[in-house]
Ligand binder design. Structure first.
Ligand code: PFF
Length: 455
């Protein structure tokens, strides 16, 4: 099985696939809103520091495990630590991305719906007041969000079915550069709007007084979510990375792309929010509720331009969500193919049906099932909180402990330096190993404790 395992064709392909996983809804709605809430530039500085000092070591841990084992998360643990309980970590990280996929697909479906609305000039034709309620009416209805959730899931399944090279690699290699161009276009447009200056200074003016312990925990959590850590997606993608690829270089390339995209998205969204006079900090609603306002405001004067901008914007969100969602589905598919001997077709069908079914409950939890609560949360919120606050951090902690304490140092060094052939990696090894072994685990435990105290 190992001999026939597909691999990504080049470093560019590896970075585009991994950046595709990392860059998603987390960068477009979550990051700008958090920056606004936690002190603008001060938060950005902490976020960047967290990305390199904490998130990158976890990213590297997953990459080392994935490339070393060349199999899925469950198989990797069985292979590198045979006969131990580590395989349960593997199994946990097969299940968690599929759960994330189920509710991520619902939001992906919202972007499909908003793209349709942009294409039919709905934001330019509807009066601004109705746009506010449009979102609430749409997500709480029964059928429309289910249809778009299904459409989104089918797109994800279609790409996964095509395989690692012809599906994931080809799709991310084409769409990721386009995504960067689109977000830059959006940013230039947003900054050119009258009144956008306030948004720019909102992002640039450091307000250190807002930099509390919970802000630091939030910055760490954001770095985590944004780099898709702790749920085996990076591990699975790394299992398709060739033995001669420099994983340190491709990991840094991915982290830098992710941070850059988050910054670009921040500068595309906040100035637009300020220019329209809408309150920042609306969370998920920021993108879907407030931005159509802007398209609407300019729509009366320039309906075609307005529609075009809103189409570009929702295509950007859709593509970003798709490239992340495929990485989640691939974890389950890879497990079923490697360990359960399923064909890629049946593995894809199995994961799709499971995630789609759970997604139905998530979608309905905004409407007919809104009364159903799990520990005081709606089904959607419960799954989201369980995954992003708990499972991702827990998985990340265990991955770093595995590489730092379970694997022997010589194997880790061998994988990180490609058998000693990458001289620069050899120079960095001690620092990276220290970060993986001590800094990252301690920091993750601190996030847990802080979150416990806050909540
Ligand atoms: N990193 C993605 C984002 O920022 O939207 C979210 C994500 C992708 C989370 C893949 C988990 C995952 F496995």
């Amino acid at each position: 099985m190992e001999k026939t395992r597909e691999t990504f064709g080049s470093r560019f392909a590896v970075i585009m696939a991994m950046a595709g996983s990392a860059i998603g809804l987390g960068n477009i709605w979550r990051f700008p809103y958090m920056v606004g809430q936690y002190g603008g530039a001060a938060f950005i500085i902490v976020y960047i520091a967290c990305s390199f000092l904490l998130a990158l070591p976890i990213f590297l841990s997953e990459t080392i495990i994935g490339r070393r084992s060349r199999t899925n998360t469950f198989g990797a643990m069985e292979k590198l630590a045979p006969g131990t309980s580590w395989k349960w970590l593997g199994l946990l990280t097969v299940i968690s991305p599929v759960i994330i996929l189920s509710y991520y697909s619902v939001v992906g479906g919202w972007s499909v719906e908003y793209l349709f609305k942009s294409l039919s000039f709905e934001f330019t034709d509807t009066d601004a007041g109705s746009i506010q309620s449009l979102f609430g009416t749409f997500i709480s209805s029964t059928w429309e969000p289910l249809i778009t959730h299904t459409l989104f899931m089918l797109m994800v399944a279609g790409i996964i079915l095509a395989g690692v090279k012809s599906g994931i690699e080809r799709f991310t290699k084409i769409t990721m550069p386009v995504l960067f161009v689109l977000i830059v276009v959006m940013m230039i447009y947003a900054i050119s709007l009258p009144g956008s200056g306030a948004g720019v200074s909102y992002l640039l003016k450091p307000d250190f007084s807002k930099l509390t312990m919970s802000a630091v925990a939030a910055a760490m959590g954001q770095a985590f979510f944004s780099l898709s850590l702790g749920v085996g997606t990076i591990l699975t993608y790394a299992s398709y990375v060739k033995k001669d690829e420099n994983i340190f270089a491709s990991s840094i390339g991915t982290a830098v792309s992710d941070i850059l995209f988050a910054l670009l998205a921040g500068f595309a969204i906040m100035p637009a929010v300020f220019a329209s006079g809408v309150e920042p900090g609306a969370g998920p609603g920021l993108v879907f509720q407030t931005l159509p306002f802007i398209f609407n405001k300019m729509g009366t004067a320039m309906p075609v331009v307005s529609s075009l901008v809103s189409i570009i914007f929702f295509v950007t969100i859709l593509v970003a969500a798709l490239t992340s969602a495929i990485s989640m589905m691939e974890v389950g598919v890879s497990y079923l193919v490697d360990n359960k001997g399923m064909s890629r077709l049946w593995a894809t069908v199995t994961v799709t049906v499971f995630a789609w079914a759970v997604g139905i409950l998530c979608s309905l939890s905004f409407g007919p099932l809104s009364e159903v609560k799990i520990l005081g949360n709606s089904i959607f919120d419960f799954l989201d909180k369980m995954c992003s606050n708990f499972l991702m951090a827990f998985g990340g902690l265990l991955f770093t402990l595995f590489v730092g304490w379970k694997m022997d140092e010589a194997s880790v060094r061998d994988e990180f330096t490609n058998g000693g052939t990458k001289k620069r990696n050899s120079r960095w090894f001690k620092t990276v190993y220290f970060l993986i072994k001590y800094v990252a685990p301690v920091a993750i435990v601190l996030i847990f404790v802080t979150n416990l105290i806050i909540s």
